[in-house]
Design a protein around this ligand. Structure first.
Ligand code: E4P
Length: 219
């Protein structure tokens, strides 16, 4: 399973990279705004900075919602760096645009996916990645992880090549559950990635080993 970081914060991206586990980055307009990056020119410059840090795929989201606009915007985004993936919303014109990008060798991430039916459409259009938002599904009292399981089963049966990118992850437990459910990739905030490190028995065990080492060396 690949690890993407879900942020536009350069320090967090560098920290995840330094940890040696980073395969890519996802962003969205809300994450850009959170970092105070506004306006197309600044946003595109920021994508270029992210792509300089990370070798893996970097998802850059379009703002247009009509076919022509999505295609024009996506082509510009794809020119920023070879590892840009055009992130396209799961809407009618988005599906058409994904087919265009697929046919023209531009990678895509179909975003805002909340059902297996949407997943099938995106896969049929040839999306490189598919982003089911598991946290937001949970917010509506449905089961985000079950959605990942269902999509993974369908993709296995149908031999779809689209990779399942579990998104909207809010805690470390969801990373483990996504891995078990069949996600190809998880994209998550740095906090959730670092949370995987934690176990009280590791801390207790390490403290004991170090204390015993000190005792042994004092003799
Ligand atoms: C990433 O591709 C998504 O845009 C992101 O994970 C959404 O996360 P949120 O539901 O926590 O905003």
């Amino acid at each position: 399973m690949k690890f993407f970081i879900d942020t536009a914060n350069l320090d967090d991206i560098k920290e995840a990279k330094d940890l040696g586990i980073l395969d890519g980055v996802t962003t969205n307009p809300s994450l850009m705004a959170k970092e105070g990056i506004t306006g197309t020119a600044k946003i595109n410059k920021h994508y270029a900075k992210i792509c300089e840090i990370v070798e893996g795929d970097v998802s850059a989201e379009v703002i247009s919602t009509d076919y022509k606009g999505i295609v024009a915007e996506g082509k510009k985004l794809a020119k920023i760096a070879p590892n840009i993936v055009v992130k396209v919303p799961m809407i009618r014109d988005g599906v058409k645009a994904i087919r265009y990008f697929t046919d023209n060798g531009i990678k895509t991430n179909c975003t805002l996916v909340f059902s297996a039916g949407q997943a099938i459409l995106a896969a049929k259009a040839g999306a490189t990645y598919l982003s089911p938002f598991i946290g937001r599904v949970d917010d509506t009292n449905w089961d985000g992880i079950q959605l990942i399981e269902t999509i993974a089963d369908i993709f296995e049966i149908q031999q779809f090549e689209t990779e399942i990118l579990a998104a909207s992850i809010r805690n470390s437990k969801a990373i483990v559950e996504s891995a078990l459910a069949g996600a190809d990739i998880v994209t998550c905030p740095l906090k959730s990635i670092l949370g995987l490190l934690n176990h009280p028995l590791t801390d207790i065990g390490l403290a004991k080993f170090l204390a015993d080492y000190e005792k042994g060396n004092k003799k």
